[in-house]
Design a protein around this ligand. Structure first.
Ligand SMILES: *Cc1c(COP(=O)(O)O)cnc(C)c1O
Length: 390
């Protein structure tokens, strides 16, 4: 291997992949970091005679480097970057046509649910929302129109785990595409393509970007035909990220493994601390041995991540508000996966559009709070929760 031409090796560990994937020195200068190609078009030597780049909605070198990196770290062949996570999801649904049916998880990210119900149902696509806790539940909804299964694990905010290998086996048997939203786990913890998924989707905004400074999404896949279709949608619909954002994500992913290790360590410490707190009624975290799908989490994930939720014994909105307004290190905000710790209140924030009765039925109680545990010192984070819970 020559010094200036790194060929990614499948044998590399995740840390080496994260740092070297897609990172070729710039051929014109040797710059070790991929430049931000802030351009809309490319000069052609003669009509149709160009260097593979025609117009920046279709191709951009910074985006190309990132897409290669995303493919490698998800153990896939092809990556496509989008202007947001929902734009990436939108592209997948545009593979379908009126009359097609989708089986989706019943506790998905709210924005995905909104896109499906409020936008795509109007175009004649039918969605079934299924509890995928037990993969066999999916079978009841499969018919000849079923074209796609959409799932997410761990889920938001109750940290349910879906058995991806089991869902993939059902999808394969019935020749249905399986797309997995891998945002919560990140490729450090879980690589769904290895478990049989056809498409991995990320809100890159979260752990991949990692620094709360970019909105971006991506898709990763192995099948060249599927890549062609999705690339066609990407350039035809135009939800592409700008080169500056691609650069920031290229930078972010270099430290994903180091950040995730600390997210996991801190998450475990806080989950255990909260669980013994006298005012806490329940902690949702897949690392507990009595979590309903702990064995599956252990099988398909490298570790348990920094996302967790907890509810209070005095289960009232007022009591949650008291805690939410008292934390000093945990900032009250939507989103997740950044280096700084965040706290939110699903009942009044991310899941406010769900009627209370339905929300309560699904375990989204009034005092439930979700933490995105950052990479600060765990002791300081625990101290902050201690004074806030009181
Ligand atoms: C944030 C998020 C999305 C949507 O991504 P955006 O980048 O906000 O468009 C999708 N799925 C999950 C699990 C998310 O957390």
């Amino acid at each position: 291997m020559s010094n200036d031409n790194k060929t990614p090796s499948e044998a590399w560990g995740i840390g080496t992949k994260l740092i070297h994937a897609g990172a070729e020195p710039d051929p014109s200068t040797g710059a070790i970091m991929t430049p931000i190609f802030q351009t809309s078009t490319y000069v052609q030597a003669a009509p149709g005679k160009h260097k593979g780049f025609e117009y920046a909605r279709s191709q951009n070198p910074t985006r190309k480097a990132l897409e290669e990196a995303l493919a490698i770290i998800e153990n896939g062949k092809f990556g496509l970057a989008f202007s947001s996570g929902v734009a990436a999801t939108d592209a997948v649904i545009k593979l379908l046509q009126s009359g097609d049916e989708v089986i989706a998880a019943n506790d998905m990210y709210g924005g995905t649910y909104r896109l499906f119900t409020k936008v795509f149902e109007r175009f004649g696509i039918r969605f079934h929302y299924v509890d995928m806790h037990n993969a066999d539940n999916i079978k009841n909804y499969i018919n000849s129109n079923t074209k796609l299964i959409w799932t997410e694990t761990p889920t938001n905010p109750l940290m349910n785990i879906v058995d991806l290998a089991a869902v993939a086996a059902i999808a394969k048997q019935h020749k249905i595409l399986l797309a997995v939203d891998n945002t919560f786990a990140s490729p450090y913890l879980q690589t769904p393509l290895d478990l049989g998924a056809d498409i991995v989707m990320h809100s890159v905004t979260k752990y991949l970007g990692g620094h709360s400074d970019v909105i971006q999404g991506c898709l990763v896949m192995n099948d060249a035909g599927l890549r062609e279709k999705l690339y066609f949608i990407q350039k035809s619909c135009g939800a592409v990220p700008g080169p500056m954002d691609c650069f920031l994500v290229l930078r972010g992913i270099k430290t994903l493994h180091v950040r995730m290790q600390r997210h996991c360590e801190n998450g475990a410490k806080i989950a255990h601390w909260l669980r013994q707190h006298p005012k806490v009624s329940k902690v949702y975290w897949p690392g507990f041995e009595d979590h309903p799908n702990h064995t599956i989490a252990k099988k398909q994930m490298r570790d348990f991540g920094g996302m967790l939720s907890f509810a209070l014994k005095d289960d009232s909105v007022e009591n949650a508000m008291r805690v939410l307004s008292s934390t000093k290190l945990f900032s009250l905000a939507e989103s997740l996966g950044g280096v700084e710790s965040l706290i939110n209140h699903p009942a009044s924030m991310t899941h406010a559009s769900i009627p209370r009765e339905e929300r309560m039925k699904n375990g989204l109680t009034d005092s439930l709070m979700r933490l995105s545990v950052g990479i600060e010192d765990a002791d300081d984070l625990i101290e902050d929760l201690k004074q806030a819970i009181g």
